[in-house]
Design a protein around this ligand. Structure first.
Ligand SMILES: [Zn+2]
Length: 366
């Protein structure tokens, strides 16, 4: 496995020297790719920069065909280079060509290079280009090498920004790493869509079951429970303000299996109830009909038929496991809120004619 000649320190020093020379930005880039290639013992080093049409344009290379410079362009998301830009993350592939994302460009002559390591060139959190090294042999670039290339990419970001080498850096959401963004849509057929967009993250796989520092872990657990109680308290407040008698966490954009409820009638003492990770264990065969309303569908009330009783298991506010037989209002309300946790709305339990009427009555843009 080839190692780095001189390592990152030497490379950074050379970069500093190049930066100090009175050169055109293009010449600087050309020198920088040569420096990186030799320092990292890579046959290829290329810089792709975002051009005015928001494509990644090969702007300097050592190793690929010089005629491809300013001729080869990749869309964001296209090929491995485009993928690095789209996700703003490094890629380190010993077998780059066999990767399904590989986009072969004959004009570059890159077909002989098996390995690829690339990092995004970031400026103010936005991707302005991609820096890539390639090798003929199947090479596993080390973590250290990836980090070194990232550091060089930081320096490059300054070079290209100072020299105006990049086209208009787009504000497209796919290039912004953290900011939430707004998607404007065009209606395809006249109708209405209601819902909450919730980011579904893969569940956490616990691989470390024994804590190295138990005291620290207990503290973290305590903080997590504290935070959970905080969000439950907020939910209850939101529900009282609405006003409503039940609220599921997803209704307020909290992706947790939590329901809050208070079925006390007007004038009675409040009776807040909390159901964490609720699970309906069984339901009765006999049904009951209640007129239901929902905070997510304002001013809509409809009779819904559900099992008259259900048995539920949940964790209470203190985190204790509880099981309870529910009937009447409690059974109905709990099943309504459990529906929310499953992404089911009261409208889904309503006959189509009533649903159409209800939707017509909703405020425009709702
Ligand atoms: Zn509801």
């Amino acid at each position: 496995m080839p190692g780095s000649v001189g390592g990152p320190r030497i490379l950074l020093r050379r970069l500093r020297e190049v930066m100090a020379e009175p050169e055109s930005a293009q010449k600087r880039l050309d020198k920088i790719v040569v420096l990186i290639a030799s320092n990292m013992v890579a046959e290829v080093c290329s810089v792709y920069l975002m051009n005015g049409t928001k494509e990644l344009e090969l702007s300097a290379t050592e190793g690929l065909k010089p005629t491809a410079v300013h001729a080869t362009r990749l869309r964001v998301g296209e090929g491995l280079v485009g993928d690095i830009a789209a996700h703003a993350r490094p890629r380190n592939l010993a077998g780059a060509q066999s990767h399904p994302g590989f986009a072969y460009r004959p004009e570059t002559g890159e077909e002989i290079y098996k390995s690829l390591m690339g990092v995004p060139i970031l400026r103010s959190g936005k991707v302005v280009g991609v820096l890539v090294v390639q090798n003929r042999t199947k090479r596993h670039y080390t973590e250290e090498e990836v980090e070194a290339l990232q550091t060089v990419a930081m320096v490059l970001a300054e070079v290209v920004a100072a020299a105006d080498l990049i086209g208009a850096v787009p504000d497209e959401p796919d290039l912004s790493r953290q900011m939430p963004y707004h998607i404007a849509g065009t209606s395809f057929s006249e109708s209405i869509a209601l819902g909450h967009a919730v980011l579904h993250e893969p569940r956490v796989h616990v691989t470390k079951l024994i804590a190295e520092d138990t005291e620290l872990e207990l503290k973290r657990l305590e903080q997590a429970v504290y935070a959970l109680r905080g969000s439950i308290d907020d939910m209850l407040e939101t529900m009282y303000d609405a006003p409503g008698i039940g609220l599921a966490a997803v209704q307020v954009g909290v992706p947790k299996q939590v329901i809050v409820m208070d079925l006390a009638r007007e004038g009675e003492e409040p009776e807040p109830r909390y159901f964490i990770n609720p699970e309906i264990l069984s339901t009765s065969d006999d049904l009951a009909v209640y007129e239901e309303g929902c905070l997510s569908v304002p001013d809509f009330y409809e009779e819904v038929e559900r099992p008259a009783r259900c048995r539920v298991r949940y964790l209470d506010y203190q985190g204790e496991i509880r099981e309870e037989e529910c009937d009447e209002m409690l059974a109905t309300c709990l099943q309504h809120e459990m529906d929310h946790l499953d992404g089911v709305l009261i409208l889904d339990r309503t006959a189509p004619e009533q649903r159409r009427e209800a939707l017509k009555a909703l405020p425009a843009g709702g």
